[in-house]
Ligand binder design. Sequence first.
Ligand code: GLY
Length: 367
Amino acid sequence: MKVIVVGGGVIGLSIAWRAAARGMDVTVVDPVPGGGATGVAAGMLAPVTEVHYGEEALLALNLDSSARYPDFVAELEECSGLRTGYRESGTLSVARDADDLAALDELVAYQRSLGLEVERLRSRDLRRLEPALAPGVRGGALVPGDHQVDPRRLGVALLEAGRRLGVSQCRQRARGVAPGRVSLDSGEVVVGDAVIVAAGCWSSGLGGMPADVAAALRPVKGQILRLRGPAGETLAQHNIRGLDAYLVARSDGETVVGATVEERGYDTTVTAGAVHDLLRAALELVPDVAELALVEHRAGLRPGSPDNAPLLGPTEVEGVVVATGHYRNGILLAPATAAAIVELLDTGAVPASIRAFSPRRFERVAS
Ligand code: GLY
């Protein structure tokens, strides 16, 4: 089977790698693989910490994908010979004041009502666990199963693993999709048996996309900061989540502080206000952030959808499948998405794990 994947972010590259491992002939169409939201994402894998009221179906998919991560990265690292920065760090939610604490207690109660593993911590225990935290923090909660990966390393490893299995890269921009065809900006056409659209929020701009799918997707801007300390020194052992910002500290000395959530169309301007707000929130949580070098500020565009859940599966266009709309969970959902889409390609049946995420569920919204 010949598969064309439009979009070379972690979702597209994961599908390409898994499809190639299943013996399929795969081409990825993207002018700059890894250059979209993947290159900006912090890489916190936090299905429990970031659970939201009313999103239980999404939680099930997020937990499934999180459980797949250890095997996914182990196989990927072996297949590519490269590291992904996956670290079983656990995540601490941290309250700075009484208001934060009230919100945190509500979240912990909700997490417990869902049977999720979370431990409420008093301020002293919290700081014993994570000495980098500010002395004034009021309390927190540990989610031992929420971890981290380095999305940039993950993208590079996926490219290399795919290359070793014969995945072709077409470094051009796709203009449109149709049954068995992807047309390129250059006027050329790539043909195959199946087309997978995994181009994040840009999926909606492709010609030939069903109107309901295109209308359901929107860019949601996220600004992040990258900071760097001495190589080999990790600022914090856990992911740190406050109400206004989170920190993902890696073992190579990088710390990512994220992220704004802004409805500004395709604008990717980095604003002084966002840099200020993110730094202030990060410093309130971990004062040693002040000692790090600020090496990068970037804005990425998450692919948002009306219910914050991804669009996964066949569309009304024969042979055109979508895998996008992952919103805040793109890095987390790569293993589960790839497994489900490859199973769909292999069997022709929509796997149970993604039935709730049909791209066709927004048909009435569009009309
Ligand atoms: N999942 C974190 C973010 O989207 O900012």
